[in-house]
Design a protein around this ligand. Structure first.
Ligand code: CP
Ligand code: NVA
Length: 303
């Protein structure tokens, strides 16, 4: 049994399979062809933080594959009344085939997985957001072909998205140029990297973007860190992705943002709504990529 708790839980050949499978699943979806490989399977969706894309993509995706979903939040389940995570895992995983969790600490999802009888998928933790990077790289491939050997500029917080990009760079063989304000740096041990070979740190976000094939950013304040909002707004003021940064990048560079976005904070409107932006494809591709992932975790490779 395989869990998907961080990007490094799968290897390059598994990703190559998933990207091809997601493309096939997407083509079938667009032509209204049924793809009921998960009929009679049930997915539990557990949300301890808010979500739009993750909920819709997993829920719609599971129904489209012939399965069904159960949706739980902290507020409407015993999770909010301190039932131990281990007990919740034992109970929930006896009744469903697959579990997706969005929560706070990575240790929490790891405890759940350790006591689960069924595969567990990380739908975002403080440390990682692997499903988003899965969709983002699928989106890159759709627009530009293989990401191997390319350069991704990460501008902003050294957060869950940054950590997952860094893990992906080690597995898929591309480079990440990271620029964060002081105090918000990435931490190689939290990111779970084998070495520092696949990334380079830049003080100046403009230099991180120079020659990049993809420029990407995220909110300045992630969920769970709202108390730091004012301090972060000040610290991140020079890390707004703007047209000058996009000009410094390769002329064919794409812009990505996992969304939700704050125009005028981490990105200017003319960038996110401009011609290099592929944010809507990224959001849509969450569903196609996760359908491939769920199928793989439950059924393995399909011929
Ligand atoms: N990008 C992303 O995970 O969006 P949601 O928070 O809306 O799920
Ligand atoms: N880094 C953001 C991503 C939201 C999808 C957060 O954790 O809130």
């Amino acid at each position: 049994m395989k869990h998907y708790l961080q990007f490094s839980d799968l290897d390059a050949s598994e990703y190559a399979y998933l990207f091809e499978r997601a493309a096939l699943i997407k083509r079938k979806f667009k032509s209204y062809e049924k793809h009921h490989t998960l009929s009679d399977r049930t997915l539990a969706l557990i949300f301890e933080k808010a979500s739009t894309r993750t909920r819709v993509s997993f829920e719609a995706g599971m129904y489209q594959m012939g399965g069904s979903v159960v949706h739980l939040t902290t507020g409407d389940s015993q999770l909010g009344r301190a039932e131990p995570i281990e007990d919740s895992a034992k109970v929930i995983s006896r009744m469903v085939d697959l579990v997706m969790i969005r929560t706070f600490e990575q240790t929490k999802i790891e405890s759940f997985a350790a006591h689960s009888r069924v595969p567990v998928i990380n739908g975002l933790t403080n440390e990682f957001h692997p499903c988003q990077i899965l969709a983002d790289i699928f989106t890159y491939i759709e627009h530009r072909g293989s990401i191997t050997g390319k350069t991704v500029a990460w501008v902003g917080d050294g957060n869950n998205m940054a950590n997952s990009w860094l893990q992906a760079s080690e597995i898929l063989g591309f480079k990440v140029h990271v620029s964060t304000p002081r105090g918000y740096e990435i931490d190689q041990s939290i990111a779970g990297l084998r070495s520092s070979n696949s990334y380079e740190v830049f003080k100046d976000p403009m230099q991180a973007c120079a020659g990049a094939d993809l420029v990407t950013t995220d909110v300045w304040t992630s969920m769970g860190f709202e108390a730091e909002n004012d301090a972060r707004r000040k610290a991140f003021a020079d890390w707004r992705v703007d047209a000058d940064m996009m000009r410094a990048a390769h002329k064919d560079a794409l812009f990505m943002h996992c969304l939700p976005a704050h125009r005028g904070e981490e990105v200017d409107a003319d960038v996110i709504d401009g011609p290099q932006s592929v944010v809507w494809d990224e959001a849509e591709n969450r569903m196609h990529a996760q359908k491939a992932l769920m199928e793989y975790l439950l059924l393995g490779r399909q011929a």
